[in-house]
Design a protein around this ligand. Structure first.
Ligand SMILES: Cc1ncc(C[n+]2csc(CCOP(=O)(O)OP(=O)(O)O)c2C)c(N)n1
Length: 564
């Protein structure tokens, strides 16, 4: 029996194992929406298409599966661009379906026409305009394959209205064959041997672990190897959770707002193993002084990221999980050397411990609520519970990164590459859809939360009990911090003098709103928020001009930090 394009899309999603779709309807996709109730897919109606993509992205980060969004043509499609770019920069697998005007009208400036394939080419891993219903099954199969394989990323499928109406015999392909696309998963054995030999000669080794470690589910083997060889580990913002921060070998995060010990250890390392990390400028600071004495080993699935920013001595192209497993095997085969090596750098570890003692992440308690204190309390109250924490962007994001101790992968969702304000809340909704019984917390600024606050309605409609913790400093804090430090306190356009009453706003949407203004109230307010099985927004009125430290000024080497 023949099926319509709309039925084919939905059936294909079912075959791909998709359970949740985040979307927003419109004329171009109305046939798809008409069919939707006949399939075992749960659709979540968001309030803005940007949020649909962030929710799909949050779902993907939390689960490791492909997130799916569905929107209409024109403005529906263009509203997805920020979500796509966010997912693209952080290598997150999502598939976004957009509606399109009928094929005969494409190029005619038809009502609600946008060349979304052209617009999103630079911010998708791949994209398609489907011109014939018979191509649909193959394209969907390919899209899921491309999104999740190799270095993951977002894929867009543009669906003209007539393609959704046309019919054909449905056969979903078993496999994909794509000329010119075959990611390398297995590291080169010669390079691997070279890397292990270099590593076991190190006196001051450091593991520098990025988001690729999370994406390839390599946290376990990385932790095992680091502990076995007694190698200190720093993670990037994207790598948080890949190594337990409660472990003595954890250096915390490195880079612009990294810990003193992480930045010093990397700077003084003699062998630096970059594991699924891409030497982002927020990590390296001034490049010519980044790990100047280190032999750099770089493990990455994407060959184009090798020696892109920093010259690498031993590259290994492959899946991080596979390469680290093989490294473990090689180390096991050289167990005597490995044993000697593990025992040989006590001095290095002692130096790192001293750095930690010298400059802990810290802040000064005052009569007002300090944002760091709120994050610390969240950490304390949720220890052992493995909540999923998402963030917005700015100081809130950095404090959430610094003052919460992440111990497991996929518990931290944050827009690292693009730095998208408005990401955290919809991403949290996506994670909560995936894990209805877990505690999901969005740590937000008063600026960023207003970028997708309308999703409170989505949270209420679908009973997604996400907790929004606003660190309300009355400013676009991170920009204000730069203005304070580098622009003589010229606070231009960073003061938010008119903000809504967040408590009332939450209530207006049917959620719960709470507020705390004194440090003594922080713990009880958080406990209350966590005990309510509904969406809760907490407005913490915090110190207005608190800064994030350490801070490496732009253009400086990471060893030159401004400290508290
Ligand atoms: C969509 C978007 N617009 C602008 C920026 C630039 N920006 C980065 S941080 C920041 C301030 C964020 O303020 P707020 O959300 O209140 O958080 P805070 O820094 O105060 O914690 C801005 C405007 C951005 N990252 N994303």
């Amino acid at each position: 029996m023949k099926k319509t394009g709309a039925q084919i899309v939905l059936q294909s999603l079912q075959i791909e194992g998709v359970k949740a779709v985040f979307g927003y309807p419109g004329g171009a996709v109305i046939n798809l929406y008409d069919e939707l109730p006949n399939y075992e897919l749960k659709h979540y109606l968001v309030r803005h298409e940007q949020a649909a993509v962030h929710a799909a992205d949050g779902y993907a980060r939390a689960t490791g599966e492909v997130g799916v969004a569905l929107v209409t043509s024109g403005p529906g499609a263009t509203n997805t661009v920020t979500g796509l770019a966010t997912a693209y920069m952080d290598s997150i697998p999502v598939v976004v379906f957009t509606g399109q005007v009928p094929t005969a009208l494409i190029g005619n400036d038809a009502f609600q026409e946008a060349d979304i394939v052209g617009i999103t080419r630079p911010c998708t891993k791949h994209n398609y305009l489907v011109k014939d219903v018979r191509e649909l099954p193959r394209i969907i199969k390919e899209a899921f394959h491309i999104a999740r394989s190799g270095r993951p990323g977002p894929v867009l499928i543009d669906l003209p209205k007539d393609v959704l109406v046309d019919t054909t015999i449905f056969e979903y392909p078993e496999s994909v064959s794509l000329r010119g696309y075959s990611p390398t998963y297995e590291g080169h054995p010669g390079q691997l041997r070279k890397a292990v030999r270099a590593l076991l000669k190190a006196k001051r080794p450091v593991f520098y672990v990025g988001g690729g470690a999370i994406l390839s589910n390599a946290a376990g083997v990385i932790t095992e190897l680091a502990v076995r060889l007694q190698i200190p580990v720093t993670t990037t913002l994207m790598g948080l959770g890949a190594f337990p921060e409660t472990h003595a070998l954890s250096l915390g995060m490195l880079g612009m707002h990294g810990t003193y010990r992480a930045n010093m250890a990397v700077t003084e390392s003699d062998v630096l193993v970059a594991i699924g990390a891409r030497f982002d400028d927020r990590v390296t600071g001034r490049i010519d002084e980044f790990a100047p004495d280190a032999k750099i080993i770089h493990i990455d699935i994407d060959p184009t990221s090798i020696s892109k920013n920093v010259k690498v001595h031993i590259p290994i192209v492959g899946d991080v999980h596979d390469v680290m497993n093989k490294m473990m095997v090689a180390v096991n085969e050289m167990s005597e050397e490995a044993h000697e090596f593990a025992a040989s750098h006590d001095e290095w570890l002692a130096r790192i411990a001293k750095w930690k003692e010298m400059h802990k992440l810290d802040y000064i308690q005052e009569e007002v609520i300090k944002p760091q204190y709120v994050v610390e309390k969240i950490c304390e109250l949720t220890r052992g519970q493995q909540p999923i924490i998402s963030t917005e962007v700015g100081q809130n994001q950095m404090w959430a990164a610094q003052f919460y101790e992440y111990t497991k992968p996929r518990t931290w969702l944050s827009s690292g590459g693009l730095g998208t304000m408005g990401y955290g809340f919809p991403a949290a909704l996506g994670a909560q859809v995936a894990f209805p019984d877990r505690l999901v917390i969005d740590i937000a600024g008063d600026g960023s939360i207003q970028m997708n606050i309308q999703e409170l309605a989505t949270a209420v409609q679908y009973r997604l009990p996400v907790k929004i913790i606003i660190l309300n400093n009355g400013y676009l804090g991170m920009v204000r911090q730069w203005q304070e430090l580098f622009f003589q306190k010229h606070y231009s356009a960073t003061e938010m003098s008119a903000v809504p009453d967040f408590v009332k706003l939450a209530e207006a949407y049917g959620a719960v709103g709470l507020r705390a203004t004194r440090p003594q109230e922080v713990e009880s307010t958080l406990k209350k928020a966590f005990s309510i099985n509904k969406p809760v927004l907490v407005d913490f009125v915090v110190a207005g001009e608190e800064n994030v430290y350490p801070m490496v000024p732009a253009g400086q080497p990471i060893s030159k930090m401004l400290l508290v």
